[in-house]
Design a protein around this ligand. Sequence first.
Ligand code: ADP
Ligand code: MG
Length: 456
Amino acid sequence: MLDRYRGTELQNYLEQLIDGEIEVARKPQYVDQIPKQFDGKVRQLLEQTDERGDLDYLVDELSIRPVMDQAIDSISGGELQRVALAATLARDVDFYFLDEITPYLDISQRMTAAQLIQELSEDGDRSMLVVEHDLAILDLLADTLHITYGEPGAYGVVTDPKSVRNGINEYLSGYLDNENMRIRPEAITFEEHAPRAATKGQPLVEYPDLQKSYGEGEFSLDVEAGTIYESEVLGVVGPNGIGKSTLAKLFTGALEPDEGELDTQLDIAYKPQYIEIDQPMRVDAFLSSITDQFGSSYWNTEIAQPLQLERIMEQNLDDLSGGERQRVAIAACLSEDADLYLLDEPSAHLDVEQRVQATSAIRRYTENHDATAMVIDHDIYMIDLLSDRLMVFDGEPADHGTARPAQEMRAGMNDFLADLDITFRRDERTGRPRINKPGSQKDREQKRDGEYYYAN
Ligand code: ADP
Ligand code: MG
């Protein structure tokens, strides 16, 4: 290794590592495994890691104070992720390896994680390596970028460092300049301006005000009356615990509203947030039981290929990884014949390339079939690339939420991002949205003008 990296920055690092001069802290990718390795309360896990005396600050910033006295095996995925981040960032080491920071987190929690990582990297002689699939967050967070490409399951290549801006642009364009390497046949492009007030189709469903509570004094959701039009893709955004999945269940009929009534004539294809398809059945058998298009050249190009299903067709559903199960579930949903396709967090557990492919599969499917879709997600690039209009949730997570009627993208993004206090600018060359540094000139100007997303 030393020979291979002689003359590069890595040589220095590897030599120090050999000499035991470098201490490393690592946040594992699969936070759901932590309860298998640690038996105890959140507080006990965190106290062992408080090497810099910063633990209280991290606990408050990451809002995990309320779960400090809960058992590790009783907290949610989003809470585990934030506990794992706190545990890693509380350490006093030279090098931090953070293997995916955004799974299970909503946008504001992602921003907080990014900000804490940046603060720590500026404090003294510390370096961090972050693996991440949310490109907007990665863009905000990183100083330099390595792209890995290759053939999943076969080989991978890590590129030399690139500037973050160029690296992400090259990645989206599908072509790596320095490496002279095409990694995808087509480029991913963003529309710079809000889609023009799209000519709407016929209303697919007009729903009245709805109300749903879970028991006395627990969470309650108010849905403001609205309309979903034929052939549109509705993006749905809002913090965790605000009632997005509850709304999805109201639409599918899995839950009954306490007040208001929903027309349940609609045929809905539903991909739930938490996927339960763990039967001892092969993927190909499962998918061919859903559609008689299975295996047709149309189905292969539109669904199997972009969702990378070929390699897992012969596996059993109960042996699939999180990302594999997600892709099968998206395929199953899109393979149904339905009036409305309802996808709850399709980006979860997918890598960047799979997100990009899943996004274009959903987009292409809805366009080719004049289908209507509702997509709940936290990945702002995915929402931007997919949506014709936006439905925004607000309220107090875990207490009450309100689902606002869907709006045009510009108005929707402005409402949503004003609440989060985040503005986006456009990359000059590609039009790609980039999060403004909080307090930067652009950030202040755009807030003054009330243009959080589609500023020129
Ligand atoms: P989101 O999808 O926006 O993250 P959810 O609709 O899943 O939010 O949940 C909203 C709130 O309702 C959360 O506080 C959650 O804990 C609570 N909740 C969800 N399902 C139930 C249930 N079956 N019983 C009681 N509370 C629930
Ligand atoms: Mg949800």
